[in-house]
Design a protein around this ligand. Structure first.
Ligand SMILES: Nc1ncnc2c1ncn2[C@@H]1O[C@H](COP(=O)(O)OP(=O)(O)OP(=O)(O)O)[C@@H](O)[C@H]1O
Ligand SMILES: [Mg+2]
Length: 503
């Protein structure tokens, strides 16, 4: 294979952090090359240097044999290096077509050729199998569809290197499949794809080679056919990771624990209809479904963000009607939202305040004691979730994507809610921390008897961790599985609209 791109001794230092240290390896023409590593390992930093976001502190990058000295993303783009960043970069108040053609509008003699742009954008989106109107404002799209628009935007005739930094983090199994078909098609044409994902099972499905970074250092490149997920995991984490993610003792069906939350016939608009289920103390209930199944909307409604059109919710046997998230929090609910960057993070504040912000009003003692307490809470969760920070006073803005996620998760866990709702709890989180999060969840439900609801698109995780799984299909409950019924096949069967057979 011919090398199209060579990283040559690339280093990058930020104040107090050595993000990359002497990284050298190469990318071949027409390959899919994964970069793997823990949260904060330096993956995004390397990609940002490649795409002209910022220059390296030392070292160089050769593209087709020539040193590239781009110091702006436009220049990289015009050379054929397109990037889908981990943080989506779409303009929310513009339409889909405006975003796709931003800065490279098509024109005819009469000016901007909107007709042609709509037509091309339509074709592009169709090839990704999504039905999004090109006239929709991006802010009205769910996060998965935004991700697809962003990918569609990155593809054009000139793209020789396509960088995808966690493109599948909010895609469900179907959308990922379509994306992968497209990536294989691009590879056929000779395009090189640099792929970043924490989901190693899907990495192995698509990638030709994998390069591993740990703490900013390059550890090696491996052909996917000659290595295993296990080998890569132990390289990433720097130790043999215990198989903690697999297998937890399932709550027996018909458990006699009290019912903490009961939902009867809940409905809201086109999103979901006639949803009924119960959640016991000490239970972890998973909600699985394909994109558009209504999962996120259901969670948001339970959290008081919207009023349902019909149905009832009972908390500890008492009917409740939540009119706002504030009321939900007061009643002991906590929600970790799907789009955490937008909905949960105060990027200009430090790590300590981001974790402990909720405790402010609860700790009503003298401020000196209060500050100490806040710091202690923050330190506890930085440690528990191994959040990579220089200190609790570091600004959240400067953390890696995965570490920002962990900050928000830490915040919700630290409030010790009675009903914990998590939307995609481990999206973008590395394998080690994933195991850690599930350990905490097990403790919350086991020792503290909390009731936990998670929405997850990671099938493995749902199967391994949940006591029961409620599967949704097009806004309705297609079935609830428990105990030994919870298998990959069983969950997928329901997710694609099947039903539980009655024999
Ligand atoms: N602008 C910045 N200022 C200061 N430190 C930064 C900045 N950007 C990244 N870092 C630090 O550099 C290190 C590498 O971050 P990077 O974003 O490259 O990690 P990553 O491998 O992409 O992780 P993740 O899987 O969480 O996305 C981290 O310790 C991060 O805190
Ligand atoms: Mg990153």
């Amino acid at each position: 294979m011919k090398d199209i791109l060579v990283f040559n001794g690339v280093s990058k230092t930020f104040p107090g952090v050595r993000a990359l240290e002497d990284v050298s390896f190469s990318i071949a023409k027409g390959e899919i090359h994964t970069i793997a590593g823990e949260n904060g390992a330096g993956k995004s930093t390397l990609m940002k240097i490649l795409s002209g976001w910022y220059p390296p502190s030392s070292g160089e990058i050769l593209f087709k044999g020539k040193r590239i000295s781009t110091s702006n993303p436009e220049a990289a783009l015009s050379m054929g290096i397109s990037t889908v960043y981990q943080e989506l970069m779409l303009c929310e108040n513009m339409t889909v077509v405006e975003n796709i053609y931003l800065g490279r509008e098509l024109s005819s003699r009469k000016g901007i050729d909107w007709k042609a742009m709509h037509r091309h954008a339509r074709k592009l989106l169709d090839s990704f199998g999504v039905e999004i109107s090109t006239r929709t404002l991006v802010r009205n799209l769910p996060i998965a569809q935004r991700q697809i628009v962003e990918i569609a935007k990155a593809i054009n005739m000139k793209t020789e290197i396509l960088i995808l930094d966690e493109p599948t983090s909010s895609l469900t199994i179907n959308e990922t499949r379509v994306l992968f078909e497209n990536l294989r098609r691009f590879r056929e044409t000779g395009m090189s794809i640099i792929f970043i994902s924490h989901r190693l099972d899907e990495v192995f499905e698509i990638t030709d080679r994998i390069s591993v970074l740990r703490d900013g250092r390059y550890l090696g490149t491996f052909a996917a056919a000659e290595t295993t997920p296990r080998d890569i995991i132990s390289l990433i984490a720097g130790k043999e990771l215990l198989q903690e993610i697999v297998g937890t003792e399932k709550l027996r069906t018909g458990s006699d624990a009290e019912i903490a939350l009961e939902v009867r016939g809940l409905a809201r608009g086109k999103y979901f209809q006639d949803v009924s289920f119960s959640l016991r103390r000490g239970e972890l209930l998973g909600i699985y479904g394909l994109q558009g199944a209504g999962r996120t909307e259901l969670m948001q409604t339970l959290f008081g963000m919207y009023l349902p059109d019909a149905g009832e919710v009972f908390l500890d046997g008492k009917a409740i009607r939540l009119r706002s998230p504030r009321e939900a929090i007061r009643k002991g609910f906590a929600l970790i939202p799907e789009d955490r960057r937008k909905e949960g993070l105060f990027s200009n504040m430090d790590v300590k305040d981001n974790i402990a912000v909720i405790h402010d009003r609860r700790i009503t003692v003298a401020s000196f004691v209060q500050n100490r307490k806040i710091l202690a809470i923050a330190r506890e969760y930085v440690e528990k979730l191994s959040i990579k920070v220089t200190s609790p006073f570091q600004r959240v803005r400067n953390l890696s994507g995965g570490n920002q996620q962990k900050v928000i998760i830490g915040r919700s866990l630290s409030t010790s809610p009675r009903i914990l709702i998590m939307d995609e709890p481990t999206r973008g989180i590395d394998v080690g921390a994933k195991a850690e999060i599930y350990k905490i969840l097990r403790k919350l439900k086991g020792e503290e008897g909390k009731a936990i609801l998670i929405v997850s698109s990671e099938l493995e995780e749902v199967v391994a961790e949940c006591d029961r799984v409620l599967v949704m299909f097009q806004g309705r409950v297609s079935g609830v599985l428990s105990g030994a019924q919870i298998t990959r096949e069983g969950v997928l069967h329901l997710a694609f609209g099947g039903s539980i057979s009655s024999n």
